[in-house]
Design a protein around this ligand. Structure first.
Ligand code: PMP
Length: 418
């Protein structure tokens, strides 16, 4: 089996018929070498400065500062002195690890405080929040334990990979991204066929940065007697009058059956959460395998408690982030670059061709700008793009430097769509 390296992406090496694991690894290893040779290998670069709008990165043993758009630390809270201090206090008081899963001794007072904080952040009761070690696990564990083989998950095609993973043991049907007509068809066809019907969507989608039509989806879900689960990992801290996210903006915070999210983005740490009703939360807390068999988050996650407080204490960061998003998006659009339907801090420059996208990523690195080229399977094969995450801590000069780089690259590669 020959794989054409010029058009291949990582996914093409996941399984190759007749190749055993060693052969697959060998051909993939060659592919990594090919990507390095054409300069498209800006994945897993070595960061030497932490999450920040300017990152010191080691490429081929040369360390240099880059304006960075690869971090989901949108508000800059990983570097906020008060958040850092709270994390350090956590380590000093409790040590570096929790040492056990929540069910068998790894649930500390600070974990309980964090559950209280995040539930009240969403205007809910303490008993309604369950925290996990990552957002990925919060999604996959919740779906794995709530849905069984008599049930169905009805999923927007663009949801996060963790949702897909959570559905391995249940029935699934996907519908085209944000397509209400297709969703209604699936709901209708599933009406009497499955025991529980759970519609699974994101609030803000991670590759396009666009928002879900939450109210319309909710109305369909109720019409067909289904349930709704929303992962707003990229909306919380950014959207809504008080930063409660896409659900606040749509006035839906108290309507959704299951809200999930992560502490790894605007909260500047690591971990995930599920907010649902008291009984479902208890079921997840005592039944999900990840709560029973996997260690809880370390005491440094005490920083999250401060980060949650800062959402209300320092709304300045959200204001500054939106100033940056609006300025940057306008600058890209003025060059003629296509940024799609984003209404969040995720700003994609849509290019289409994966190789041209790789070239743009390489030229940006040469110009001192660090971004992520996004290829299949994260997006469709012909929908490659440079994906950028704008931060509140980007200064005007960082954004201007990046816009100038895009302008020069566009003059060379003609990537503008307009
Ligand atoms: N949901 C979405 C929409 C995400 O983009 C991500 C992170 N890429 C996750 C969940 C997973 O979060 P975590 O990094 O906490 O595992």
């Amino acid at each position: 089996m020959n794989i054409d390296f010029t058009t291949a992406t990582f996914k093409d090496f996941e399984n190759i018929p007749k190749f055993d694991m060693v052969q697959r690894a060998e051909v993939f290893y060659d592919f990594l070498g090919y990507m390095k040779s054409n300069g498209h290998m800006n994945y897993r670069l070595k960061n030497n400065s932490g999450c920040s709008s300017v990152m010191n990165v080691d490429i081929e043993n040369t360390q240099r500062d880059y304006v960075s758009f690869v971090s989901n630390d949108y508000l800059g809270f990983t570097q906020h002195p008060k958040v850092k201090q709270a994390a350090v206090e956590g380590i000093q008081k409790y040590g570096t690890g929790a040492g056990a899963s929540p069910l068998i001794g790894g649930h500390f007072i600070f974990h309980d405080d964090l559950e209280k904080k995040i539930s009240s952040f969403f205007g809910r009761k303490h008993e309604e929040a369950v925290i996990f070690t990552t957002g990925y696990t919060a999604n996959s564990a919740t779906l794995q334990i709530l849905l069984q083989k008599e049930d169905i998950a009805i999923i927007d095609m663009a949801v996060h990979a963790s949702m897909y993973e959570g559905c391995a043991f249940t029935n699934t049907k996907t519908f085209p991204h944000n397509n209400l007509i297709a969703l209604e068809q699936v709901l209708k066809a599933s009406e009497d066929k499955y025991r529980t019907k759970l519609v699974v969507i994101d609030g803000i989608y991670s590759q396009d940065g666009d928002v879900s039509p939450l109210k319309d989806i909710y109305n369909l879900v109720k019409k067909y007697n289904a349930f709704l689960m929303v992962d707003d990992a990229h909306g919380v801290g950014i959207l809504g009058k008080t930063g409660r996210g896409a659900l606040e903006e749509a006035d839906m915070l108290d309507k959704v059956d299951i809200i999930t999210g992560t502490f790894s983005k605007t909260f500047g740490n690591v971990g995930g959460y599920v907010i649902t009703n008291e009984k479902l939360a208890a079921f997840i807390r005592f039944q999900s395998r990840q709560q029973i068999f996997s260690a809880t988050a370390p005491p440094s996650t005490m920083g999250i408690i401060k980060a949650i407080e800062l959402m209300d204490e320092e709304p300045y960061w959200r204001t500054k982030l939106w100033e940056n998003i609006n300025y940057f998006k306008k600058g890209l659009n003025d060059i003629g670059l296509e940024t799609g339907n984003t209404c969040s801090a995720i700003v994609p420059v849509k290019i289409g061709d994966p190789n041209v996208t790789g070239d743009v990523g390489k030229l940006l690195i040469e110009r001192g700008v660090y971004t992520n080229p996004i290829l299949y399977p994260a997006v469709a094969r012909k929908d490659a793009r440079i994906r950028m995450a704008v931060m509140a801590t980007h200064e005007r000069e960082h954004l201007d430097k990046t816009l100038n780089a895009f302008e020069d690259i566009n003059n060379k590669l003609h990537i503008a769509k307009k």
